[in-house]
Design a protein around this ligand. Structure first.
Ligand code: ASP
Length: 467
């Protein structure tokens, strides 16, 4: 374990500051033992999340522990009448994590869309393939969101709780009570002075996505002269993707805090509800995966599902374990061409484009998560509103980067499109990483099935190599 004195002392100082601050009375000196106890608790949590867990586990497992411990802390501390410690003090890390993620949303989607779409510069070279690719990607993403909406409306994982309104009222009350403490002051007044506090609801995201798609397309059409601009946006894209990976290192403690906060305010009934939500997402993802592999691949792609699945297995495994379509791309290319027999020419155009703009699993996930959050808040969404969720989820999935957790920040856009509170992200965040693994598999599967299908349509489907 790499323990350097400087950072450790900084954590200790922060723990003392929060520990003493959390018991500071209106008048007089703070009580000694509670101050000591709280400081030790804060320090213990910091030590656990920044030293012990990183030493023993990779990030996904650390996030899992964050979720589990958040559940325990939310439940335990509330039972000990210390709810403010969870919502106000540990909540600082949840707020910080979410604020950092929302900070990068705009540059991320602008750079990712422009550089993704502008790469279609190849369209001219590839004839009608560009249009067919975009058509296929749009159709499958729309089908994915439709399946997601269907499942979440039928199963209704967030509904059917009799005391739902009481719990929402409790959440709002807790929100109001937060005014008073040092922790809530830090969250409401200090953090926004340092980390940009972006109100996603107030930003016209869809027009921005639309303009970015147009700008990318026009850059592709103009070609050579716009190349420096394309390289600029590609560089920004690379930098922001790296920034998101840095921010994700805060995910374990962020998830701990957010999960704790939700359990503290909503009670333990939340857990089975969350389980049902996870099951709903997995069911919808599986249905979409099955439609593509068992219907589209054999009929339109002329390939047996067995050959396809056997060939794609390494890419599927990597997508699941890395939660990143971009990181999986080289393996997806290799599997689709060499092991399944898709055309090299078509795959080398479709798959990189797909890894940037075609995210069936992500779009489906956004729709299910947002409807689930609406159900938890007891807000029924009308059909036109659900249609808006549908459109926004498709748009947002185009702008999602193929990296772990990219959807988390962008979910606020879909929430805001139908006027739901952005804080709702906290309700689903604890289980996001696991669902990220599952949706990334569906994301790369959508790209690979596309390359098989178009290879067949263009008469370029080859034989899989022996392996
Ligand atoms: N991790 C996903 C991917 O790389 C994106 C997401 O967060 O939905 O495909």
């Amino acid at each position: 374990m790499n323990i350097r004195i400087g950072p450790l002392a900084a954590w200790l100082a922060l723990a003392l500051f929060l520990g003493v601050g959390s018991v500071w009375p209106e008048e007089g000196a703070p009580p000694f033992f509670p101050a000591l106890g709280h400081s030790a608790l804060f320090f213990g949590v910091f030590f656990l999340f920044f030293y012990i867990l990183p030493h023993y586990f990779q990030l996904p497992m650390q996030i899992f522990w964050g979720m589990l411990l958040g559940l325990l802390a939310g439940w335990g501390l509330t039972a000990m009448d210390q709810m403010a410690l969870v919502t106000d003090y540990f909540g600082i890390f949840g707020t910080l994590f979410i604020q950092l993620l929302t900070m990068v949303i705009l540059p991320l989607i602008i750079a990712s869309i422009i550089s993704g779409v502008a790469n279609i510069g190849d369209v001219k070279r590839l004839g009608g393939l560009g249009a067919k690719t975009l058509g296929y990607y749009c159709c499958t993403t729309a089908v994915a969101v439709f399946i997601g909406l269907l499942c979440v409306n039928v199963i209704r994982p967030g509904a059917g709780q009799e005391d739902l309104e009481d719990r929402v009222a409790a959440m709002e009350e807790a929100e109001e009570e937060r005014e008073a403490t040092l922790g809530s002051q830090i969250q409401d007044n200090v953090l926004p002075q340092i980390v940009p506090h972006i109100n996603i609801g107030a930003i016209p995201i869809i027009p921005i996505i639309f303009a970015s798609i147009l700008l990318g397309a026009v850059m592709a059409a103009v070609g050579k002269e716009t190349e420096p601009a394309l390289r600029f946006f590609q560089a920004i894209d690379k930098a922001i993707v790296q920034l998101v990976l840095w921010i994700m290192r805060l995910a374990p403690i962020g998830v701990f805090a957010l999960m704790g906060g939700v359990v503290a305010t909503m009670g333990l009934e939340y857990i089975p509800m969350l389980g049902l939500y996870v099951a709903t997402v997995i069911l919808a993802l599986t249905l979409h995966f099955a439609v593509l592999v068992f219907v589209v691949v054999p009929t339109l792609g002329g390939t047996s599902p067995k050959v396809f699945l056997r060939g794609m297995a390494p890419a599927i495994q990597l997508a699941f374990s890395s939660s990143s379509s971009s990181a999986t791309l080289p393996v997806t290319m290799d599997c689709a061409t060499r092991r399944v027999g898709a055309s090299k020419r078509i795959s080398s155009f479709m798959l990189p484009l797909g890894a940037t703009i075609n995210m069936d699993g992500t779009a489906l996930y956004q729709a299910v998560a947002v409807l689930f959050i609406a159900q938890v808040y007891g807000i029924g969404l009308t059909l036109p509103e659900q249609f808006l969720v549908f459109l926004t989820a498709v748009m947002v999935s185009i702008g999602t980067a193929g990296i772990p957790g990219a959807s988390v920040g962008l979910m606020s856009i879909v929430l805001a499109s139908v006027g739901l509170p952005i804080a709702g992200v906290g309700i689903v965040l604890g289980v996001d990483r696991f669902l990220d693994m599952c949706r990334t598999v569906v994301n790369i599967n959508g790209d690979a099935t596309g390359s098989v299908l178009l290879s067949r349509l263009e008469g370029e489907m080859g034989e899989p190599e022996n392996y």
